[in-house]
Design a protein around this ligand. Structure first.
Ligand SMILES: [Zn+2]
Length: 478
């Protein structure tokens, strides 16, 4: 365990070097739930909703890409991915993340799956280790129609880069309390979380939270009044409010007003990001996650936070365009409303050998560029279609290259879990052309010349295999 004692600039310190987040563009207006269910309950605000072509893995990919916008690619030792709702069991989801981010083969990729506590666990262990780690967490929250989980949940992902260098925050202490009690649970394969009576969960949560806070402060010789910010994750809003009362003088993160709901495993990270974007140097942040026990991490901001571009990545994403998701569409995406399937043959099962042969293309959107004439190709070519030179291509990643819609068609007949399919040809800045699907787009507002960004999505699932590939989505930032 590194002590990070030297913050005087002579010894490189270890801590969180950079962060990223992703909130899906889809928004469900909560008032629509009441209109459809006619249950007399009033609901206000909007919750972020992962689209039909997003899963916890693709959300994490986007959060990591958001992180890489703020920092040059580091020499990573490992990428760790945690979620309570993994796209695959047995097979690694971190491997998909690793490949989609086009990370070097030598970077280890590990999953921390299943429980809500994995998220804070992966962050705490990374902060206490010596390896340079990309720590990604994501969650998609489900609930039965009309339930509090449906209304109070949110879908999101976060990413933190932990390593040695010029950190935004350094760890000052850790405490954990592990306890076995039944608050929230879900059997494998079940779509929604079950929970015991609210009051029981509240009492158990507050009890372990109090214990973790005391254990942490005692170990570092500080008083509650020495804590500037308190971040609480893993519990419902009302419970978090009661936990906040344990350190009433600590400031709470505030977020974009349009985003409501708790993003489960990603919530602690989202709130920590909100604090980092608002904090001053030399402030103490107590991160507390309550889930089958409690974990407390004390972080201290460095001068580096004042150099943050104040880019407020969450606000930026919300202002980058959101899309209204009708309640019926949301229910059918979540398997709560079974609709008549498209009258087309089911898509074929993706081929494992083909995916392996073209891994960098399929997962990393890596095309090729001819070294003789500079022409760029997607998918990668061996022989240049322009100058005819053979075997002189170099790999060229297009994932982060801005593009524009050259032409598009709206297809109501093609197979899609959420028709219509919008097929487009996009032209990349600097050359390269790709026929692909568009997503997060309102067909009515689409135009030729529309600026787009590539995004990693799940095209469909067939034969128990997720077919991941890249789509383009509107992006007005360029
Ligand atoms: Zn050429």
């Amino acid at each position: 365990v590194s002590d990070n004692a030297a913050l005087d600039g002579t010894t490189p310190a270890r801590g969180i070097l950079a962060f990223g987040a992703y909130v899906p563009r889809g928004r469900l207006a909560l008032s629509e739930i009441g209109e459809v269910l006619d249950d007399g309950r009033s609901r206000r605000g909007e919750r972020p909703v992962a689209s039909y072509d997003e899963d916890t893995t693709t959300l994490a990919v986007e959060a990591c890409r958001n992180l890489f916008e703020s920092v040059s690619r580091p020499d990573l030792d490992a990428v760790v991915f945690s979620t309570p709702s993994p796209a695959y069991l047995e097979k690694s989801n971190a491997a998909v993340l690793h490949s989609a981010l086009h990370l070097p083969d030598g970077v280890a990729a590990y999953d921390f799956l299943g429980s809500g506590r994995s998220s804070v666990g992966s962050l705490a262990l990374s902060l206490r280790s010596e390896v340079t780690t990309l720590v990604a967490s994501s969650d998609i929250r489900n609930g039965l129609p009309g339930s509090a989980d449906e209304m109070d949940g949110a879908d999101a992902a976060t990413a933190f880069l932990v390593g040695t260098g010029d950190p935004l925050v350094v760890p000052r202490g850790f405490a954990a309390v592990s306890r076995e009690y039944l608050d929230k649970w879900r059997l494998p394969g079940e779509p929604v979380t079950r929970s015991w009576e609210d009051r029981f969960g509240d009492d158990a949560s507050i009890n372990v939270a109090d214990e973790a806070i005391h254990r942490l402060l005692k170990s570092v010789g500080l008083q509650p009044s020495d804590v500037d910010w308190l971040v609480v994750g893993g519990v419902r809003a009302r419970t978090a409010g009661r936990i906040r009362a344990l350190i009433p003088e600590a400031k709470a993160p505030s977020g974009p007003s349009d985003i409501v709901g708790a993003a489960g495993s990603a919530q602690l990270g989202l709130d920590l990001i909100r604090v980092l974007e608002a904090a001053s140097p030399s402030e103490r942040i107590l991160c507390l996650s309550v889930s089958d026990g409690a974990d407390a991490i004390l972080l201290e901001t460095t001068d580096a936070v004042s150099r943050l571009a104040r880019r407020t990545c969450l606000d930026e994403q919300a202002s980058d365009g959101t899309q209204r998701v009708p309640y019926a569409a949301y229910l059918s995406w979540r398997g709560m409303l079974q609709r008549d399937p498209p009258r087309r043959p089911d898509p074929a099962r993706p081929s494992a050998p083909a995916a392996r042969r073209s891994e960098h293309w399929k997962f990393g959107l890596v095309g090729s560029q001819c070294t003789a004439c500079d022409q760029r190709f997607l998918p990668p070519q061996r022989v240049c279609l322009d100058c005819g030179a053979a075997d002189v291509m170099v790999p060229n990643s297009f994932a982060d290259v801005p593009a524009r819609v050259a032409t598009f068609t709206i297809d109501y007949l093609a197979y899609s879990p959420s028709p219509p399919v919008i097929a487009a040809i996009v032209d990349f800045e600097g050359g390269g052309r790709l026929p692909c699907e568009l997503t997060d787009v309102d067909p009515g507002s689409l135009r030729v010349g529309q600026p787009v960004t590539m995004t990693f999505r799940r095209l469909y699932t067939a034969g128990g295999i997720h077919n991941y590939f890249w789509k383009a989505r509107p992006d007005e930032r360029h």
